[in-house]
Design a protein. Structure first.
Length: 160
């Protein structure tokens, strides 16, 4: 009797693993990212330091809206930067492009020069950034922060 139950259990297990939809969740390994992962409006909140030649580190912080289109293009309609306490607000929209690989790493490159390395959560709701290239003709920067999707909320988009 024991052999019969063992054989039946193995047969049921084999059928379950080979039947479409029963054991396969449709993914090849862990969740993966693509350009579509970044889609919607995000807030970049970052802080760090500018490091002028011959001087001490100067604290910096930025809060910036970035709108990603899910196809490799983005724009930043507004930002607020604090550099050693001096506040600068952006005027106009800055264009950007981005890449996002299957491993959820990529780059955001702004038309005016700065580039940020990124790592996104597979659902696209949150990411982490580090500046890899500052504005041209500015001192080196150490700037890291987070990207948080603020619109549309996951699974909800009234634009379409």
């Amino acid at each position: 009797m024991r052999k019969t139950w063992t054989g039946a259990a193995l047969a049921i297990s084999a059928i379950a693993w080979s039947a479409p939809g029963l054991a396969d969740d449709g993914r090849d390994g862990p969740q993966q990212c693509s350009l579509r992962t970044l889609d919607g409006s995000y807030v970049l909140a970052a802080s760090g330091f500018a490091i002028p030649v011959g001087g001490g580190a100067v604290p910096r912080a930025i809060i910036e809206q970035i709108d990603f289109n899910g196809e490799g293009s983005a724009s930043s309609p507004n930002s607020i930067i604090s550099a050693n306490g001096a506040i600068v607000r952006s005027v106009g929209t800055t264009a950007a492009s981005y890449t996002l690989d299957r491993d959820c790493t990529g780059l955001i490159t702004f038309a005016n020069g700065p580039t940020h390395g990124i790592y996104m959560a597979p659902n696209g709701d949150k990411g982490w950034t580090i500046m890899t290239a500052p504005l041209p003709n500015t001192p080196p920067n150490v700037l890291q922060g987070t990207l948080t999707r603020v619109w549309p909320q996951k699974g909800h988009d009234e634009r379409h």
